[in-house]
Design a protein around this ligand. Structure first.
Ligand code: PLP
Length: 386
């Protein structure tokens, strides 16, 4: 299906809703029945029928249909956060005694899910360097059930060869999952390379306006129904109808926004790479990126994120650089309309943060929808302070 068809028409069922061009928000907790025959019929499938909004809501369903189609999967679920989606999708695959192989340094709360949460229930894990397919295979044990990927991964942007990983998962009977938040379905569609479940923090590019927290799981009808009927219904991490309507609106411009941030980020990354006060730029679409060929092969773009090592002699100078940036907000998260910086230096002095082991001259940029020349002007004057 054409991307334009998905984003403009798929799932909207306008004839049911007064031919409204924008879908109405069906802000209801429950649905009623004309008689018991219909009541009984509805309970045969709580995901498809209208009973209660923890299970199915028409506004949420429009969003689910569009997301599944964008990733090229049969179905999708949406959650109240990306972490909620990741936790539900992973927990659905394991029981006590099982083992998970996961790429090293995944998103911080995914790391906590494995090391703090699942460890309490007898599920073990091994972190591996995802760049090394042989290392992944070596980490697989008899009780391994899950291969968890994040490509590109947070901060370091390390890639995994998704086709090879999917084949490995198939060979050993593992369920493969990937956090695809960074590339978005516009630049990378892992299900088409054989990955079983594709996860997103919808908070980032999918919503794209820094005003909703949400999560996404895409996969086969069978796998999605399993997660729905167990983890989503029991843990109850659902996306409310109003938030779903906001995300549908955000999604309309996803291809436009991705194109804009990808172009701008590459322009800015190239500028930084040439700058004498910059030690290194990490961006998957720069020829200097160690896995550049793989990036070209499995991604059609890399979004608006990149990391930079600044040549700052002292932490104080690094702080001067950060505080001199006036057109970038200092914040966590990313993928919104606005440009952000997330300096590792910000985690210095916070106990128990893994990130604080990274060098303090590392800063992650998330490029927004602003004019890249206007952003470069700001970076230039801040680098001049060094
Ligand atoms: C933000 C983020 C998450 C978590 O999503 P939330 O919506 O904040 O719960 C997961 N993975 C990645 C890569 C993220 O950046």
């Amino acid at each position: 299906m054409h991307q334009s068809e998905i984003l403009t028409h798929l799932g909207e069922e306008r004839e049911k809703y007064f031919q409204a061009v924008s879908p109405p928000v069906i802000q209801t907790s429950n649905f009623c029945f004309s008689d018991l025959k219909n009541f009984r019929k509805a309970f045969q499938n709580e995901l498809e029928n209208h009973i209660y909004s923890r299970g199915n809501n028409p506004t949420v369903k429009i969003l689910r249909a569009k997301l599944a189609a964008l990733e090229g999967t049969e179905d999708a679920l949406v959650f109240s956060s990306g972490s909620g989606a990741i936790a539900a999708a992973v927990i659905a695959q394991v029981q006590a005694g099982d083992h998970i192989v996961c790429v090293e340094s995944p998103y911080s709360w995914t790391h906590a899910l494995l090391t703090q949460f699942l460890a309490r229930f007898g599920v073990t894990h091994t972190f591996v360097d995802g760049r090394d397919i042989a290392a992944i295979e070596e980490a697989i044990q008899d009780n391994t059930k899950v291969l968890y990927l994040e490509s590109p991964s947070s901060l370091t942007f390390n890639l995994q060869d998704l086709k090879a990983c999917a084949q490995l998962a198939q060979k050993y009977g593992l369920v493969s999952l990937i956090d695809n938040s960074f590339a978005s379905p516009i630049f990378q569609q892992p299900a088409k390379l054989g990955i079983d479940l594709v996860l997103h923090s919808g908070t980032k590019y999918i919503n794209g306006h820094s005003d909703v927290v949400c999560g996404v799981v895409c996969g086969s009808k069978e796998k999605i129904f399993e997660i729905f009927n167990s983890e989503q219904m029991t843990l109850g991490s659902i996306l409310p109808p109003h938030d779903a309507a906001m995300v549908i609106r955000g999604l309309r411009t996803l291809p436009l926004r991705m194109e804009r941030v990808a172009t701008s980020a590459l322009i800015i990354a190239q500028y930084l790479e040439e700058h004498p006060k910059v030690k290194q730029v990490i961006h998957p679409m720069l020829p200097s990126f160690p896995q550049y060929d793989l990036a070209q092969e499995q991604m059609s773009g890399a979004g608006g994120l990149f990391s930079v090592y600044i040549k700052a002699e002292t932490l104080a100078l690094m702080e001067t650089f950060i505080h001199s940036l006036k057109r970038f907000l200092i914040a966590v998260s990313w993928g919104g309309h606005e440009s952000l910086i997330m300096p590792v230096a910000g985690f210095y002095g916070i106990e128990g943060r893994e990130d604080s082991e990274l060098p303090w001259n590392l800063v992650r940029f998330s490029i927004g929808l602003e004019d890249p020349a206007w952003l470069i002007e700001d970076i230039e004057q801040a680098l001049d302070k060094l």
